[in-house]
Design a protein around this ligand. Structure first.
Ligand code: SAM
Length: 212
């Protein structure tokens, strides 16, 4: 499948500058994860960990973290950033069944990753399978309204100046809600996140918080 290679390869090329490029979406997501009041003290599974921006925060709190991503370049950065034996990184495509036992995690989270996944239901189902009863699932993603405005993961290749648009799929709010409901999860929080308090502006991120 051409698209599979496109996304992982694009992130391999983005990895060297992902953390140093200006990126308001990445930065707002970091603030959301740190401000939500999540209990991250148990066993945590991270889907699409990238260069470890949130893994680093989780690592300081969790009993254990399993962080998955399918871009070797992003994983290499994450491994360099988070070096503790409580965190394990693994190369994995989250569209495939997750390499985890049933009910093994207290918290599962995915940030800025589902834009690149066409079908949400299998990912929610696998995340729910990995959760212990009472466990929490967080997804924080590029806002559907923002996607409709044309926002899209993209970066400039430093060597060539070429603008690379990473393959992405639009999702409606109802796609997220439907996928969580289909996975038998209970919605316990939903937020639109803006750069400012001005409600007339289009939100940048949309997060949902689910309980198993
Ligand atoms: C925009 S980055 C976000 C990284 C990190 N979650 C963060 O918030 O900084 C998206 C990440 O998702 C990963 N990704 C996209 N589709 C994936 C898939 N199907 N399986 C695993 N990782 C995926 C990419 O390789 C990339 O590292």
């Amino acid at each position: 499948m051409e698209k599979e290679r496109d996304v992982a390869e694009a992130y391999d090329a983005w990895a060297p500058v992902y953390d140093s490029d200006a990126n308001a979406t990445r930065d707002l997501d970091a603030a959301v994860v740190r401000g939500l009041g999540l209990d991250a003290t148990g066993d945590v599974l991270e889907l699409g960990c990238g260069t470890g921006k949130n893994t680093e925060w989780l690592a300081a709190r969790a009993r254990s973290v399993l962080a998955l991503d399918f871009s070797p370049g992003m994983l290499e950065r994450a491994r360099a950033r988070v070096a503790t034996d409580r965190v394990r990184f693994a190369r994995h495509d989250i569209r495939e069944p997750l390499p985890v036992a049933d009910a093994a995690f207290d918290l599962v989270l995915g940030n800025l990753v589902l834009e690149h996944v066409e079908r949400l239901e299998p990912v929610f189902a696998e995340a729910a399978r990995g959760l212990r009863p009472g466990g929490i699932l967080l997804f924080c993603e590029l806002h559907p309204f923002r996607q409709l405005e044309g926002s899209h993961a993209r970066f400039v290749k430093p060597e060539t100046g070429e603008v690379v648009r990473v393959t992405a799929f639009p999702h409606d709010v109802s796609d997220y809600l439907g996928a969580g409901i289909a996975a038998n999860l209970r919605l316990v929080g939903a937020h639109d996140w803006r750069d400012t308090k001005d409600l007339a502006t289009v939100p940048r991120l949309f997060s949902t918080l689910w309980k198993r």
